[in-house]
Each structure stands twice: as structure tokens, then as C-alpha cells.
Design a binder for this molecule. Structure first.
Ligand code: ME8
Length: 480
């Protein structure tokens, strides 16, 4: 195998730098982080990217509302999103801001590359100031954005258009054949049905005046600003120094087939239709996988700051620890469907699985080992079989990007250990008891390894204690 095949490039959507992060944003970052850690643990070379989207008109308006200069406003918001790194224990390798020079360079370069597919046209349409997307009357019968619910503005401008219609057939083929794999299947079907309705050319610039001079100007026409989605999608390659044809771009994008975009279901059209079309037009390779998660909801409604349903990931992590937050998002929320958050559910999941399940087993076995002065030994036949089965389930689940099933397989191993203890009753100190405890210590080492991508802190504490380096204390104290 060529060395380049060993690489995995993982990205998340870049968050709008116009409000505070909520737990919905955290879900995607945590999913991507698990993938990054999982592949690293398997010896792959990983590049994990996240960042902030700072060039939209929504950002300008939010800054004006706060009476703060736009540049300092986006800096403050971007710093805020960056801090998710610590709160959620994220291991990203780079953080791109779309106000950086390397990004503007890349955007202008790609624009020039796709120029044969760009033309100028007068246009009148209904525009959402939140997602900066035009909608047809039939798509918004109540005059509001179907995604954001905000009132659409009727706008007439002369703008640049991209010949998306040219790529309809090619996109259909690429998606149908899974050359660009959209996960889950239901989202793939949704994208195909969107394509089958017929792709129209899309507007990819806005008047610089209406943009209040914020954003990236089109290369040859200062009166026009690059549409924020054309701009934002390019972050995936601007961070790889596409703008100056950097080696990183060659290594991670051109020569590396394994490229995974982690995004939410509301932005699938941009990633599965527009982005590949821009890349095709530029003659550049496509991503391999678009992993689409659902929404984190509160009482069935999409969690969102503007709806007042935002849950603060920073506070949750301060109160319960980053592992507990990660665990809830990965175990309770189906990876590609909507899932509901409530503090009650959060605590129930924590107490049942982390405090009673994992934490209890770990302290119980360690206590026995201390009392009986047992060191980890080799696994007995039965435990070895149980470990093998779980490892297989786990790897298969991860190949399907099913984080929940992967965790469930680890908890099967925890249940196996609990049963094993009940059955063997090693505390009685009968013959063979020390071997049973040694076996259990061995399995705990395996559990720590399997959990590393999911619960990095607990995994480290377990590993340290098992190696006799540091007492881990109670891994997950019970919550009231
Ligand atoms: O869409 N549950 O930014 P964004 C789960 N800047 N995920 C959620 C969510 C929720 N309640 N709310 C938001 C943008 N997200 C663009 C992306 S990428 C080139 C540009 C997810 O801040 C959402 O689905 O509105 C998206 O993937 C990410 O958070 C950023 O959303």
C-alpha cells in the first residue's frame, strides 16, 4: 500500500461566528473527534480540521446589533468556538477562520479556476439573510426561510452565476455510484431526488454594497462579493494551502482518497451538490464521504440559540466533565438521526452507564486486585473469546460510522465482566481467584483502549492505574 493511502482527512462544518456555541454544534465536533482519534489509534495519519465561518452578512448584522466592529466581533466569537477544544477534549489539527489571508487566497484562486462556468445575470429573488440562500416562491409559501424561519427579503441584483446545471448528470452518477458516499442512505436519496428535480444555475456573488464591504471580493470585480457558501465550502482546501498550491494540498487532498466531511442534515445540499460541482468545475478530486448527522433537539425542536433552546456545552462540561458530555452525545443520540437532550436524560445515561456500569466495574476489580495483590495476566480462553467478539463488533460499527453501536459493543464487554465476577466470585479467595482477577484486569485494559476515542480522559486514567502509575480514584462519581 502506498504511504498516502494511510492518511485520513476529517473535517467538520465551520460554525457561523455570529452567536455562541450550543450543544448541537458540539455533537458534530465530537463525532469528528472520535473518528480522528479512532484512526490515529489504528496507526493512520490524520488531519482533523474545524473552524469558523466569518464572512456572511448575518455576521455583519450581528456585530452591528452589538455595536462592535465586525472584525473584533468575529475574533471574539471565533475564539469562543476554539475553546470547545478544551471543553470537549477535541484533538483537531488546525482551525481555519475564513477571514484569514490563506482562505481569501484560496477562494479567489478557485473562482478563477471555475471562471468558464461563471456568467453575469440580473436576478430577482427571495433571500434569507441567515443562510444567504435564494428561495423560490414555492419553496417558501409563507415567505419565510424553510430552514431558519426568518422573513425572506425580495432582492434584485446583478450577480455572478455558476453553471450548476451543467453538472447535473455527472453529480447524479457520482452520488448514485457512491463515488461520493453520502451517509445515511436516506440523505443520499434526498440529494438524488433534489438533483432529479433538475439543477438550476446558482448565484455565487452578492453586491459588495449590500454586503457592507465585508467578505471576499470577486477577483476581477470589486463591486461583487463572493457568496458566503462558495466562500465557506472552500475552507476544506484553503486550510491545506490550496491558495498557494502547498504540499499539504497535494498530500491531503489530491493524493489522498480518504476525505470525510462531517456535517449536519440542514447543509447537505451545499456539501453534496454545490461543493462537488465546484470541485468538478475546477478539475479537483472530490471528498469521499459526507457523514450527515441529525439535529440535537429539545422537546422535539431543533436546538438553536435564536429559538432560546441552546444548551451551553461549556457549562455542561464544567459541571460533569468532557467525557460525560461526549458520552451522552455519542451514546444517546443516534449518529445520523435527531435525538433529544434533557438534563434528566443526561443524568440517567451517566448514572446507568458511566457511574454504575464502567465506573463500578473498574473500582470493583481494582479493589479486588489490591486486596489480592494481583497483577494483570494473560486472558483466559473465555475472556479472550469475549474480547475478540466485541473487537469485531466495534470495528464493524466504526466502519459504518455508528458510534452508538461501537459503544454498545464495549458495554457488552462490561456486562460480560460483571457476569464473570458474579459467576466466579473471586472475593471468596478460592483456588483460581487470582487468575480471574488477573483476567479481569486484562479485559479492563482492552476496554480502556476501545474507549480511548470516545472517553479520552477516563481511558487515560484507567490505563495509568492499570500500569500502576497513578490511582484513578472514582472514574464517574454518581450524580444526584
Ligand atoms: O451552517 N443539532 O453554520 P452553523 C445538531 N457556517 N447540529 C447542529 C444543530 C443542532 N441543533 N445546530 C447546528 C453553518 N448544527 C455554516 C457551515 S460549512 C462549509 C459552513 C450544526 O453555525 C449544523 O448542522 O449554522 C452545521 O453542521 C454546524 O452545526 C454549523 O452550523
Amino acid at each position: 500500500m502506498k504511504a498516502t493511502n494511510q492518511k485520513v482527512y476529517i473535517s467538520t462544518a465551520i460554525d457561523y461566528a455570529n452567536a455562541e456555541a450550543h450543544l448541537g454544534h458540539a455533537l458534530e465536533k465530537v463525532q469528528a473527534d472520535v473518528l480522528a482519534r479512532y484512526y490515529r489509534a489504528r496507526g493512520r495519519e490524520v488531519f482533523f480540521l474545524t473552524g469558523t465561518d466569518e464572512n456572511s452578512l448575518g455576521t455583519v448584522r450581528a456585530a452591528k446589533e452589538k455595536k462592535v466592529p465586525v472584525r473584533s466581533f468575529v475574533k471574539e466569537k471565533s475564539d469562543h468556538f476554539y475553546k470547545l477544544r478544551e471543553a470537549l477534549d477535541l484533538s483537531f489539527d488546525d482551525f481555519i477562520r475564513t477571514t484569514e489571508k490563506r482562505h481569501a487566497q484560496a477562494v479567489q484562486k478557485l473562482w478563477k479556476k471555475v471562471k468558464p462556468d461563471i456568467y453575469l445575470k440580473k436576478y430577482r429573488g427571495l433571500l434569507c439573510s441567515n443562510c444567504e440562500t435564494y428561495f423560490k416562491k414555492e419553496e417558501a409559501p409563507d415567505g419565510c426561510c424553510p430552514v431558519h424561519g426568518v422573513k425572506l427579503e425580495e432582492v434584485e441584483e446583478e450577480n455572478y452565476f455558476f453553471k450548476l446545471s451543467r453538472y447535473q448528470k455527472q453529480l447524479k452518477k457520482i452520488i448514485e455510484s457512491d463515488e461520493l458516499k453520502i451517509i445515511p442512505e436516506s440523505r443520499k436519496n434526498e440529494v438524488l431526488s433534489f438533483i432529479n428535480q433538475g439543477l438550476e444555475d446558482i448565484c455565487i456573488s452578492r453586491s459588495s454594497q449590500r454586503m457592507q464591504d465585508w467578505g471576499i471580493k470577486t477577483p476581477e470585480d470589486e463591486t461583487q462579493t463572493v457568496w458566503c457558501w462558495f466562500d465557506a465550502l472552500i475552507n476544506y482546501i484553503s486550510a491545506l494551502d490550496y491558495g498557494k498550491d502547498g504540499q499539504k494540498f497535494k498530500d491531503w487532498w489530491v493524493d489522498n482518497p480518504r476525505k470525510i466531511h462531517c456535517i449536519g442534515k440542514d447543509i447537505i445540499k451545499f456539501h453534496a451538490v454545490y461543493w462537488p460541482a465546484f470541485l468538478l468545475a475546477a478539475g479537483l478530486p472530490l471528498p469521499q464521504v459526507i457523514l450527515t448527522h441529525g439535529w440535537l433537539t429539545v422537546d422535539g425542536q431543533k436546538m438553536s440559540k435564536s429559538r432560546g433552546t441552546g444548551v451551553d456545552p461549556f457549562k455542561l462540561s464544567r459541571d460533569y466533565g468532557s467525557d460525560a458530555v461526549r458520552y451522552f452525545l455519542l451514546r444517546e443520540i443516534p449518529p445520523t438521526k435527531d435525538g433529544d437532550f434533557s438534563l434528566t436524560k443526561f443524568k440517567e445515561r451517566y448514572n446507568a452507564d458511566l457511574a454504575s456500569g464502567l465506573g463500578n466495574l473498574f473500582s470493583r476489580v481494582n479493589k479486588l486486585a489490591r486486596e489480592m495483590k494481583v497483577e494483570p495476566g494473560l486472558a483466559g480462553l473465555e475472556t479472550e473469546q469475549a474480547i475478540k467478539e466485541v473487537q469485531q463488533e466495534y470495528v464493524q460499527a466504526m466502519a459504518r460510522y455508528d458510534f452508538r453501536e461501537a459503544l454498545m459493543s464495549v458495554w457488552n464487554l462490561i456486562a460480560f465482566c460483571d457476569q464473570y465476577i458474579e459467576q466466579e466470585e473471586p472475593w471468596k479467595g478460592e483456588e483460581g481467584s487470582a487468575e480471574v482477577v488477573a483476567d479481569l484486569l486484562f479485559v479492563l485494559g482492552k476496554i480502556a483502549k476501545l474507549l480511548q476515542p470516545f472517553l479520552p480522559q477516563a481511558s487515560q486514567r484507567m490505563t495509568d492505574q492499570l500500569a500502576g502509575k497513578k490511582e484513578s480514584g472514582n472514574l464517574f462519581p454518581r450524580l444526584k
